[in-house]
Design a binder for this molecule. Sequence first.
Ligand code: ZN
Length: 156
Amino acid sequence: MASPEPVLAELYREILLDHYRSPRNRGTLDGRATHRSEGANPLCGDELVLELAVETGRVTEVAFLGRGCAISQASASMMTIYLRDRTAAEALEAVWCFQQLMLSGTALPEEFGDIEALAGVAKFPVRVKCASLAWKTLEQALSSDGVATVSTDEGS
Ligand code: ZN
């Protein structure tokens, strides 16, 4: 994949820093969560707790708490924006799309919006684990009931 042109790279950097400094949907669902998962990327020290409220197959509420690098936290913030009002099936499909972006640089569908700003991360395998943390945590949350834990630092 070719590097984004400098202007685009700068725009992407600004988007990521904005989400890092002002994370969207940060917090908890105060017991309203139907799905909850904890994720960690020990390699970088990123941690994430994701809570979802799913009603009749649709994500009605989503919140996350986390700490770690800008890429991991911005990825989580942008993901929560995407998830609102998506069906669980759409959310899992989004996980797949995001993995394709990270693995092969396959462009995301337009509805992913700002998430495209993470495209440049695909060139750096260590950072891919940071960017993927939120999505793996999401996949884990939707694939199980109750509390689940996941780590992005398992082989590669
Ligand atoms: Zn990280």
